[in-house]
Design a protein around this ligand. Sequence first.
Ligand SMILES: Nc1ncnc2c1ncn2[C@@H]1O[C@H](COP(=O)(O)OP(=O)(O)OP(=O)(O)O)[C@@H](O)[C@H]1O
Length: 252
Amino acid sequence: MLCDKNVFLGVENLGKQFPGNGTPLTVLENINFEAEDGEVISIVGRSGCGKSTLLKILAGFLKPDSGSVFFKGSRVHRPGPDRCVVFQEDALFPWLTAGENIAFGLKRQIRDGSRIEREVDRFLDLMGLSQFRDYLPREISGGMKQRVALARVLILNPEILLMDEPFAALDAQTREEMQELLLELWGQFSHTIVFVTHDVGEAVAISDRVIVMDKNPGRIKDVINIELERPRRREDVNFMRFYSRLYKLLRD
Ligand SMILES: Nc1ncnc2c1ncn2[C@@H]1O[C@H](COP(=O)(O)OP(=O)(O)OP(=O)(O)O)[C@@H](O)[C@H]1O
């Protein structure tokens, strides 16, 4: 039973429709999976298969039309501080500095100003951004902005990190650096991560499990366990094997 509090994250018979042109569009149908505490799950699938919709339902931003999401035994109805989202496009406040952006959510949780400052310093340091504390978003690179976006949610100590193509707008090298940083942070904080991506290499590099989705309607086509030690090397023959398998599943 997914409502058992020993199930960390449980998704049961989830369905979602949107009003289409005349007939409703079924975007998600019969989605079922579980995630363990500390697991990294990627969701891959063709454009329009409902990945972002699924993530928004997990976050509590959208309600499903059927089925349920359970988090540690409770049904998810609304957004909560235990589930934080990082989007692709930088969602930073353009008028706030890097430090102020990172502090923003924490200020709504605690009032102790010096503790907030200490935490912001710690996260700036973790992200390698200490010298950029007083820079505005327009004054830093895309990769740095995504580090700020990541710090801004990690500082809230969420149990689940929901990431919607967070590195898609970055160049290939910065993207790989961000994947490495994410795994370093995951090693320290052990969040559960649900990561939406189009990039098969990215999914193999970071995930314990990859959920492959089909389109029209969005359904789970297959689930692949990535049984590779970390750190993973892209040139490794076993990495290539998982890459090819996923690539083929997506193409067929
Ligand atoms: N608020 C909405 N109202 C109506 N239709 C929507 C809404 N949000 C998404 N859709 C439709 O639902 C389908 C799935 O969209 P979604 O963004 O979840 O797909 P996706 O797999 O994340 O796509 P991409 O990889 O291109 O980001 C699309 O056909 C989209 O047009």
